[in-house]
Design a protein around this ligand. Structure first.
Ligand SMILES: Cc1ncc(COP(=O)(O)O)c(C=O)c1O
Length: 404
């Protein structure tokens, strides 16, 4: 297994500068950087291998089809599920829309859908629309005052209301909290509640074993896990997945088409009409191959140590408020400084070469519950190091001096 410290060299962008300063990239929760291996695989595909899949009899097409389906096996193995349970989509957002559309077919005005207060808008709005269509009620699990999910309260709410669906993020993109989804899924099992896990922020950091988790659905985006943008997918327990109605229709997802009616393939084929994002899928497989060379426990230890170092130095700056669960966290610090606007902080940090995100992080309801209109978010990955932490802290101190 690879030494984590040496991996940074695989990411060419990390050598670049930003506004005349060395780049300090602390925005991996928005999108992760890409290693050479992923960049090269995509470039080679277009230079030497480009062809459509599932269509041609010629060698290029057969090879592309084999690579495309092998990628499904790679991702399935990574998540410890079967390849026929993986559907390609354009990312977590499309996966959640697909599930909200499909699962809501069985709902009515007596139905309930539960989400958590920490959800990304992509895991709120599709369910709100499902509620509008069906008359179902949207429930929100409780939060403790310190920006942590109230686990006991959440289980009690689930037991009282017995929702049809629980859709919850494994990790909060706004705060980095790792949610106790194991206990929630277990509770849902006894209640007959279907479980949808938004894995956009956990796929790379936590590498969940979906058989052990025992969830019904899990969604992900390639770009949050070293892969390209515009591609991702979902896992669905096969007997549930295959009964979902088709979402988009067109070529390749059919068995037979007449002017009178059409019949569809089994999952996953029936959910993948049209020409897919072939290079994206192959790029994601390359990203997962890359992650497979890193020990998951070593990666998590490394990221945790870096997070603790960042948190400790940040907490020493008077006037800084950090939000969320700092015990169970993938390496995201979400903070404000006194009453300064998060936008001003991020703008000034940018002049020091520091790339962080500021704003509501597509989690406006959570920001309202925390009584803020936004935060500055610094998010780490295994390719960051202590020098990045030092760079960030020095830049923040200089920023604060300018503002105070
Ligand atoms: C937790 C979470 N869910 C869903 C999404 C949506 O992902 P995408 O924009 O790749 O579809 C994101 C992206 O930030 C996210 O962090």
């Amino acid at each position: 297994m690879t030494d984590i410290h040496s991996l940074r060299d695989d990411f060419p962008i990390l050598d670049k500068s930003l506004n005349g300063q060395p780049l300090c990239y602390l925005d991996s929760a928005a999108t992760a950087q890409k290693p050479n291996k992923v960049i090269d695989v995509i470039k080679t595909f277009y230079q030497a291998e480009n062809s459509n899949v599932h269509r041609g009899l010629h060698t290029l097409s057969k090879n592309a089809t084999n690579r495309y389906e092998a990628a499904r096996e790679t991702i399935a193995k990574f998540l410890n599920v079967s390849a026929k349970e993986i559907v390609w989509t354009s990312g977590a957002t499309e996966s959640l829309n697909f599930l909200a559309h499909g699962l809501s077919q069985a709902l009515n005005e007596n139905s309930k859908i539960a989400i958590s207060p920490f959800e990304h808008h992509a895991n709120i709005v599709p369910w709100q629309e499902a509620c509008k269509r069906t008359g179902a009620q949207l429930l929100v699990l409780p939060m403790l005052e310190n920006g942590v999910l109230d686990e006991a309260g959440a289980i009690s709410l689930l037991q009282t209301h017995k929702p049809d669906i629980l859709s919850i993020g494994h990790v909060s993109n706004a705060l980095g909290n790792i949610h106790p989804i194991e206990s929630l899924i277990k509770a849902c099992k006894t209640l007959g509640t279907k479980t949808v896990i938004d894995g956009a922020q956990s796929f790379m950091h936590l590498r969940p074993d979906l058989v052990a988790l025992d969830c019904d659905f899990y969604v992900f985006s390639a770009h949050k896990a070293l892969g390209p943008t515009g591609v991702g997918g979902l896992y669905g327990r096969y007997n549930l997945l295959n009964t979902l109605p088709v979402y988009k229709t067109g070529g390749e997802m059919i068995q037979e088409v007449t002017f009178a009616h059409s019949t569809y393939r089994d999952a996953p084929g029936k959910f993948e009409p049209g020409t897919p994002n072939i290079s994206g899928v192959i790029g994601l497989a390359a990203a997962v191959d890359y992650l497979n060379n890193i020990s998951p426990s070593a990666l998590q230890r490394y990221e945790r140590a870096l997070y603790q170092s960042l948190l400790q130095q940040l907490n020493q700056i008077k006037g800084v408020t950090v939000y969320g669960d700092t015990q169970n966290n993938v390496g995201i610090v979400s903070f404000n400084y006194k009453n300064e606007h998060h936008y001003d902080l991020a703008t000034l940090l940018n002049t020091y070469g520091v790339a962080v995100r500021s704003g509501h992080h597509c989690a406006q309801p959570l920001m309202n519950m925390l009584n803020v209109n936004g935060t500055v978010r610094a998010s780490l990955a295994f390719y960051n190091n202590e020098a990045d932490v030092e760079h960030f802290i020095n830049a923040l101190k200089a920023t604060i001096e300018l503002l105070d």
